[in-house]
Design a protein around this ligand. Structure first.
Ligand SMILES: Cc1cc2nc3c(=O)[nH]c(=O)nc-3n(C[C@H](O)[C@H](O)[C@H](O)COP(=O)(O)O)c2cc1C
Length: 185
């Protein structure tokens, strides 16, 4: 797939086929993440690849603001949890580059997955401490986000459609509203 087709076809997938994802595909996605740029090339990212159904079910069952908002995650055959070791990155003028670095790497992974025909969905709606305990993430490291990885089911389920409607996922601000030339305004 051409790069611009990859960018255009990426969207959040919230319903997955149970088919396993071949290890080579997972590795290709992780290699794409590994190639990402980072603050002083610190490469502070770490990825936990979860295939255990029980652990995925526990991630999916987490309640955020009282609701299991990402319960649809249960259908995913793989979840990749992106973590950061902040000490290997830096902070400048109030910008925590460990979060920036890890987000860039994660998006590399997401776009690679899209190019391979796999579905993904960024997930930031989680409580960090139970995720840390569940996955044995050491003190001093942060959980930044996670994404399911799997073959999209033919049609988006009701939950996926509902989330897309609430999040207004199909709309994007026009360039005129987000781009300025020479000076802001
Ligand atoms: C940092 C971040 C956190 C997100 N967290 C969640 C989440 O917890 N659950 C969810 O269903 N979608 C989540 N999303 C997906 C967004 O809702 C989605 O990207 C947005 O609505 C645009 O839709 P699209 O990805 O289909 O283009 C998150 C996206 C980002 C970038």
């Amino acid at each position: 797939m051409d790069f611009f087709d990859v960018v255009a076809s990426r969207h959040s997938v919230r319903t997955y086929k149970p088919d396993p994802v071949p290890d080579e595909m997972i590795t290709q996605c992780l290699e794409a993440a590994r190639a990402a740029p980072s603050w002083r090339n610190g490469q502070c990212w770490r990825f936990v690849v979860v295939r255990d159904r029980q652990i995925i079910a526990q991630l999916a069952g987490q309640r955020v603001y009282g609701y299991p908002i990402n319960s649809w995650l249960r259908s995913a055959p793989v979840v990749v949890v992106a973590c950061a070791a902040p000490g290997e990155s830096g902070e400048h003028d109030g910008i925590p580059y460990w979060a920036v670095d890890t987000a860039i790497a994660m998006e590399h992974l997401v776009l690679a997955a899209t190019a391979l025909g796999l579905g993904t969905c960024w997930i930031g709606g989680f409580n960090e401490s139970p995720v840390r305990a569940l996955l044995g993430i050491p003190d001093g490291s942060k959980v930044v986000a996670y994404t399911p990885l799997g073959f999209p089911a033919e049609a988006e389920g009701l939950m996926g459609r509902t989330v897309k409607t609430i999040a207004r996922s199909y709309s994007r601000k026009p360039l005129e509203k987000i781009v300025f030339y020479e000076r802001w305004g």
